[in-house]
Design a protein around this ligand. Structure first.
Ligand SMILES: *Cc1c(COP(=O)(O)O)cnc(C)c1O
Length: 400
């Protein structure tokens, strides 16, 4: 694969190899093409780029540092572990990077409302934040079951001024929230925009969300080189839909010396039905308007997936990850719920950093790998978010 080809992904139709595209009705395809054209035009405008850059700096607090986790590295007795601190962003995770991009795009396109679904509420809070800042109405659809489970995020969304729509149909969880939000969007797709929460969905969303997140890797590559005068031997990130991982990986795809590892949730075990390891155990299929790896039941329905980290339980995965797996450019590994909890507690107690349960999957893989490597080798881990939201759950689970 030449440098040129990586830089040009996806092609005009939104394909990464055979993955991606627009598996949607023709009316919707026309609307997605319009969003793509507007995005390609707006991203070239200096005022758009300047506004996004200054919000990244003064509002999000970018660049986020990279931090040498010396005590953790010493304890493991192998490779040196570095953390890209996306947990230090305003709102506590990487999601604000693409939500700001999407909200600004909505403003530049003259849209009157931003619509999205949310599961655990992380995407909802980041999007409500971005919409409050940009000054555009925001409507979030959330299953009633999730509303009852995720109280702090529900309260935050209300305080941030977004309109929260409880969804009671079906199982009243994420899938029903997607259907409900999509129906609302289809009422007026000319004036509304649907803000997807990861590098998934029909073209151009996998590309746009990746572009907005790629600031992570662009910064990290420069920062690492400035500190160490070389590139890391390994970089790693957790993969749900895959946005924080694509954010880190993109800047390193052409660096042949850099090993790239995505970490999926093995949940209660790859030999059970309680996992969400889409790239490890799924197969190519269709979901949410794209072709990608999918976990399916025998009758072709999306599998009811599980992870201790609610941000990682998705039965599909970004089309670019699906392609990078087939190319062999990225290795996809897994970490179980148990390893994740262990990494969560270890990073907290050895470095004083409480990671999100999602991010803890990447930390868990680094903890497994580091002892196999020598002390002058390095692993850069994307710490996609902070763990405040998970603290009570973990304390309960471990009986603290
Ligand atoms: C939502 C979330 C994820 C998973 O989403 P990706 O699109 O796979 O990055 C990971 N980490 C944190 C902290 C999240 O909130």
């Amino acid at each position: 694969m030449s440098k040129f080809e990586f830089a040009e992904m996806p092609n005009k139709e939104g394909f990464f190899g055979e993955f991606g595209g627009q598996e949607i009705p023709p009316e919707l395809k026309a609307i997605m093409d319009e969003i793509n054209d507007a995005y390609e035009e707006i991203r070239q405008k200096p005022e758009f780029q300047q506004e996004l850059d200054s919000l990244f700096a003064d509002y999000v607090g970018r660049p986020s540092p990279i931090y040498h986790a010396k005590r953790l590295s010493e304890k493991l007795g192998g490779a040196q572990i570095y953390l890209k601190r996306e947990d230090l962003n305003h709102t506590g995770a990487h999601k604000i990077n693409h939500c700001l991009g999407e909200a600004l795009l909505a403003k530049y396109m003259g849209k009157t409302k931003v619509i999205a679904e949310t599961g655990a509420g992380q995407h909802g809070v980041a999007l409500a934040t971005a919409c409050a800042l940009v000054g555009i109405p925001c409507e979030i659809h959330m299953g009633q079951v999730d509303i009852e489970k995720e109280h702090p995020n529900v309260t935050k969304m209300k305080i941030l001024g977004c309109k929260l729509i409880p969804v009671t149909r079906g199982t009243a969880t994420l899938k029903d929230a997607v259907d409900s939000a999509f129906e609302e969007y289809l009422k007026d797709p000319v004036n509304f925009i649907y803000a997807i929460g990861s590098v998934v969905g029909p073209h151009p969303f996998p590309k746009m969300v990746r572009d907005f997140q790629s600031i992570i890797g662009t910064e990290a590559r420069e920062q690492f080189q400035a500190k160490k005068n070389k590139l890391p031997d390994y970089i790693t990130a957790c993969v749900g839909g895959g946005s924080n991982a694509m954010g880190l990986f993109t800047a390193f795809l052409n660096d042949e010396s850099v090993n790239i590892v995505g970490v999926e949730p093995a949940g209660e075990g790859l030999d059970t039905e309680r996992h969400s390891a889409t790239l490890s155990l799924g197969k190519p299929g269709m979901i949410h308007g794209m072709k990608c790896y999918v976990l399916e039941t025998e009758d072709g329905e999306p599998m009811p997936v599980h992870s201790i980290a609610s941000g990682l339980d998705y039965p599909g995965v970004g089309p670019q990850h699906s392609y990078l797996k087939e190319l062999g450019r990225v290795q996809y590994e897994t970490a179980s719920d148990k390893e994740c909890l262990d990494a969560f507690m270890t990073l907290s107690q050895v470095e004083g950093i409480i990671p999100a349960l999602e991010s803890s999957h990447a930390v868990a893989w680094a903890m497994r790998k580091a002892p196999e490597l020598s002390k002058d080798q390095t692993i850069l881990v994307n710490l996609s978010g902070r763990g405040d939201k998970d603290a009570d759950y973990v304390a309960d689970k471990l009986g603290l």
